[in-house]
Design a binder for this molecule. Sequence first.
Ligand code: HEC
Ligand code: HEC
Length: 203
Amino acid sequence: MKTNKLISSLVVATLLISGVYAAASKSVDENQLGMRSTDLYSEVNAKPDGTKYGMDAPGTSKKIKRAYPDAPPMIPHDISDFGEITKDNNACLGCHMPDIAVGVQATPIPPSHFTSFRPNVALDKNGRFVEVDHDKIVKQDLKGALWQGRFNCTQCHAPQHQGKLRVENKFKKDCLDPVGRKYENKSYLMDHLEIGVKAGNGL
Ligand code: HEC
Ligand code: HEC
């Protein structure tokens, strides 16, 4: 009985060792190296998978949760037919301006976009710009007019690629505790804009 056991464990050990050896000595073709899996000496077939943006029309897409509190939300719907955004021609405003948005169930552009945070400046005697309101948060309410530093929506809001990723993003939002979860679907930037600043300045 004992001898039988010894023999069978020896057989298993030999199989294991030869298996490991076989795996180690198996050569890998250079075309299989790296993530592109193609001829290393030519770029002809080294094509990425391509970007696949969601094609759902506005009103039929599913909103994407914010990556962190007050992150600019990703654009969940197709924007390919809206043309180029210019200062005077912006299709996004047609649905996202607060007075229209409610009716079409689009998220209204938030108050932060109708505010100028740019500090007031003046020219000093050397012709250089100097900040006038030092140590103050400037929040100039533009009374419903979009601050023109925000006219180009896609500078900050981007559509989301839907396809397979070669390298997955493993980012996990730790900051969203059970209370913070309310920030997943809405921004509250104007409510806590001055939190750290007030404490820091001892105001
Ligand atoms: C025809 C109306 C329409 C137009 C034009 C439009 N949107 Fe939207 N947008 C919507 C609707 C409705 C939603 C809500 C999701 C849905 O129902 O598809 C939305 C959702 C969004 C969201 C996500 C908001 C959130 O709370 O997560 C962003 C960001 C956005 N749109 C940006 C844009 C930008 C940038 C443009 C211009 C390039 C644009 N939209 C043009 C109707 C529109
Ligand atoms: C300079 C960057 C920037 C630009 C340009 C910009 N946004 Fe935003 N947007 C943000 C950020 C950051 C937030 C989240 C914090 C906040 O509310 O300001 C946001 C939030 C939003 C939200 C979500 C509001 C909510 O209540 O959750 C909508 C809708 C939106 N933006 C639409 C637009 C549209 C439409 C334009 C173009 C007219 C635009 N944004 C231009 C940065 C930008």
